[in-house]
Design a protein around this ligand. Structure first.
Ligand code: ATP
Ligand code: MG
Length: 423
């Protein structure tokens, strides 16, 4: 038997620690009712049915999970037959999406085995079906590798994930160095979960983060970009920025920021952390913040520094110069991460309008054609985060209307004018 085959057979016979229902805190009340339906139906047809991943982690932490994923020993075709409201997705590794009311999707995947035996340097997604133990061992972090078994409501733990969760540790499953080399995106995931939970990276995992952050450039740009967006919009962007700085991950992603954010006591980094913490607060209050706004806030302190080197003419001419300059400066800062063109365009548009505050002419109102632009409300939101009032073109002071209130008033005025005009 080859060494990899020996490893594989060891993995599949690994013993799980079973934590019975009275000894853990997962209540079915905390699990989405549609996810429960999926679990019960699989179980009643004789299949293993586990709640897996972030759903288990977040319920154990007393948080509301973003999504609920299910893993089973049923093959995709068998799962598909059990749920009429489902479809198979994925080419290499097929999984099932089960659809429920309100656009809710529960993803069901068949237990799969790690692709670590793969000879390639960076993980291929060409995995094959495996045992529950193998499925646990292919996961990124121990706190993300816990299973909840619907058959007896126990927690199934192959990786000492529960102990790490209780102790507040972020630890890679298996050998962190090997696992992060095989899939460097796990570097980002480790930092994200440490930032989100406030847990501490274990020394070996931290070392692997530092060692493999440079390998992020080997990953498909779309994966890195998507993961970064999840960090910025995940509700812990401020903590993420600090940890991404401490570990150097930030500068592997965006080396353009290092000269400004890199120094230990960088005021620009402190300002970016403060701006992102406002985004976190808004998200916690259930208010969505557009990606373009978050991007502008991340780069804003650096843009401000760079702007000081420019000479903008006074008044209208200066504002055009500002808008043109922002169109070059912002994409240049963000360039190492291939952000979606649509988002970058929107970021340039709204950052361009900030020229009306930065280079405001006293007493001058915003031109109507600017207010009429589709992205004007988003620009107002950006200004608001920056402590400005775009409507009033200055700092928001007492008595000044917020962008929302003023927009509403304008809408009401229209019908009144119409009814007045015939008389
Ligand atoms: P979130 O709350 O952000 O959704 P999550 O942990 O559920 O966090 P997902 O991206 O939804 O993250 O992934 C679901 C699960 O899949 C993870 O919990 C983890 O077990 C596994 N996983 C995701 N990405 C990887 C990866 N790159 N390597 C190994 N396992 C992964
Ligand atoms: Mg998830």
């Amino acid at each position: 038997m080859s060494s990899s085959a020996v490893q594989a057979s060891e993995k599949s016979t690994l013993q799980a620690t079973i934590i019975p229902r009275p000894e853990h805190t997962i209540s079915r009340k905390a699990i989405d009712s549609d996810a429960l339906k999926v679990l019960y139906r699989l179980h009643s047809h004789g299949f293993l049915a586990y709640l897996v991943g972030g759903g288990v982690r977040d319920v154990l932490l007393g948080r509301k999970p973003k999504d609920f994923d299910v893993a089973t020993d049923a093959r995709p075709s068998e799962v598909r037959k059990l749920f009429r409201n489902s479809r198979i997705i994925g080419k290499r590794f097929r999984l099932i999406q089960v659809f429920f009311r309100g656009g809710k999707i529960i993803e069901v995947s068949t237990f799969r085995r790690p692709a670590e035996e793969d000879d390639s340097e960076v993980l291929s997604e060409n995995n094959t079906f495996g045992t529950p133990a193998e499925d646990a061992l292919r996961r990124d972090l121990t706190i993300n590798a816990l299973f909840y078994n619907i058959a007896d409501y126990s927690v199934v733990d192959y990786v000492d994930g529960l102990a790490d969760l209780k102790a507040g540790r972020i630890r890679a499953v298996g050998n962190a160095d090997v696992r992060f080399r095989r899939d460097p995106v796990r570097v980002l995931r480790a930092v994200r979960h440490a930032a989100r939970t406030g847990f501490t990276l274990t020394p070996d995992t931290l070392e692997a983060v530092r060692e493999h952050r440079g390998d992020l450039c080997l990953c498909p740009t779309s994966r890195v970009r998507d993961e970064l967006m999840r960090d910025l919009k995940g509700g812990a962007a401020a903590a993420w920025l600090e940890l991404a700085h401490d570990t150097g991950v930030l500068y592997s992603l965006l080396p353009t920021l290092e000269p400004y954010f890199g120094p230990q006591d960088s005021p620009e980094r402190a300002r970016a952390v403060e701006l992102l913490s406002q985004v976190d607060k808004s998200l916690a209050q259930g208010k969505d913040v557009e990606e373009a706004v978050v991007l502008c806030l991340l780069f804003w302190p650096v843009l401000e520094i760079l702007a000081q080197e420019q000479e903008f003419a006074p008044g209208r001419q200066g504002r055009s110069q500002w808008a043109l300059w922002v169109r070059e400066a912002l994409p240049a800062l963000a360039e190492p991460v291939a952000f979606a063109k649509r988002i970058m365009e929107r970021a340039c548009q709204i950052a361009g309008l900030m020229g009306f505050v930065k280079l405001a002419t006293p007493g001058q109102a915003l031109p109507k054609k600017v207010v009429a632009r589709g992205y004007y409300p988003v620009a107002c939101e950006l200004a608001h985060f920056l402590g400005w009032d775009l409507d009033g073109m200055g700092s928001p002071g007492p008595g000044k209307t917020s962008p929302k209130r003023r927009r509403r008033r304008r809408r009401r005025r229209k019908p009144r004018n119409k009814s007045e005009s015939p008389s």
